[in-house]
Design a protein around this ligand. Structure first.
Ligand SMILES: Nc1ncnc2c1ncn2[C@@H]1O[C@H](COP(=O)(O)OP(=O)(O)O)[C@@H](O)[C@H]1O
Ligand SMILES: [Mg+2]
Length: 338
């Protein structure tokens, strides 16, 4: 049964049109000239209880706007949204009882209060019964490992600690659905990995439905089976992550720092080589050669100082989907062939 139902939603923002110069900006204060910015365009999807879905797209794609419509913060310009059978913006309080929300860019905790006091305040706001609160707090402090900083004021927490604290706060009232808007933004690789593992654990332990917004492909690869890709306000893909992985993002980049100018043999699977000083960016097709095979070929006669393998970013995968939409079935033809 679907707990999140989105049907043909759009969101338009009216932006006052600016005129040039000082007099122009004064007159634009009074004029009713507006420009329409289409942030979300005719998006539909259904999500079932317990699913973990990645909602991915480049910056400005409309991810946050969609999350805000799902959480009742924004009213759609057109279309219908139902969360747990309720229209979020019409039933904000009821909706709040069913959902947890984490915005990576903003905390819902009180900056100057020790963490535990923020949790107490949330217990009061959400009217969480004492025993349920105690049980959840005990379970979640252990799972998210926040005990060591539970008496620390929020402002003194590292970003990774704060994100775990925010996650805990969003789950205290036992919501059935968790909305996360860029929960890994700004985190280092280790803290990111930690958050991803915790999300999987929460989903598994509590069967919480998770909608995870991100512009980082790896967030989704590590957590979700299903992904919805949006670009410029439109949905361009909704389906399995494996299908995308198998059909797109075929090219990888190996970045190698050499100790001296390297001798690079002719290799078929290599599609391009760029160099900047002794740093070489070698693009290759992962189905034809593995990174480790390539590394051993290139380090055989050369002194290697450092290396990284770069995964393709969401932008390049979206470009590929536009160029070759027929590779996967769930790509909407109308959107993809533009
Ligand atoms: N309150 C607003 N007023 C005007 N334009 C907005 C507003 N919020 C978002 N937008 C615009 O809508 C588009 C989608 O934004 P957003 O949903 O924040 O994207 P994302 O979260 O995918 O980065 C962007 O072009 C953004 O500038
Ligand atoms: Mg956003």
């Amino acid at each position: 049964m679907s707990v999140i139902s989105v049907e043909n939603i759009s969101k338009h923002f009216l932006i006052p049109q600016k005129k040039k110069g000082f007099l122009g900006s004064v007159s634009s204060l009074f004029s009713n000239q507006y420009e329409t910015k289409v942030a979300v365009k005719d998006i539909s999807f259904q999500i079932n209880q317990g699913e973990m879905v990645g909602f991915i797209g480049p910056n400005g794609a409309g991810k946050s706007t969609t999350i805000k419509m799902l959480t009742g913060i924004l009213v759609p310009t057109a279309g219908d949204v139902k969360v747990n059978g309720k229209v979020p913006y019409k039933n904000r309080e009821e909706n709040a009882a069913n959902i947890g929300v984490v915005f990576g860019q903003r905390t819902q905790l009180w900056w100057d209060l020790p963490l535990l006091e923020s949790f107490e305040l949330l217990r009061y706001i959400y009217k969480i019964p004492e025993t349920k609160y105690r049980t959840n707090l005990r379970f979640l402090t252990e799972l998210l490992e926040v005990n060591s900083f539970i008496t620390t004021p929020v402002r003194q927490l590292s970003l990774g600690q704060r994100m775990r604290a925010d996650l805990l706060a969003s789950l205290l009232h036992d919501p059935a659905i968790l909305f996360l808007d860029e929960p890994t933004i700004g985190l280092d690789a280790i803290a990111k990995e930690r958050i991803r593992e915790l999300l999987v654990a929460i989903n598994k332990e509590k069967n919480v439905t998770v909608l995870l917004t991100t512009h980082d492909m790896s967030d989704i690869e590590k957590t979700c089976n299903r992904m919805i890709i949006i670009d410029k306000g439109s949905k361009i893909y909704d389906g399995g992550i494996n299908e995308i992985r198998a059909n797109y993002g075929e090219s990888r980049t190996l970045v190698m720092d050499f100790g001296h100018t390297p001798v690079i043999p002719q290799i078929n699977a290599v599609t391009s080589i760029e160099c900047e000083g002794l740093r070489y960016r070698i693009q290759f097709q992962k189905s034809k050669i593995s990174a480790s095979q390539l590394i051993s070929l290139l380090s055989k006669d050369n002194e290697l100082v450092d290396l990284t393998v770069q995964e393709p970013e969401i932008e390049s995968i979206i470009k590929e989907i536009y160029n070759e939409p027929y590779k996967v079935s769930q790509v909407r033809e109308k959107e993809a062939v533009r």
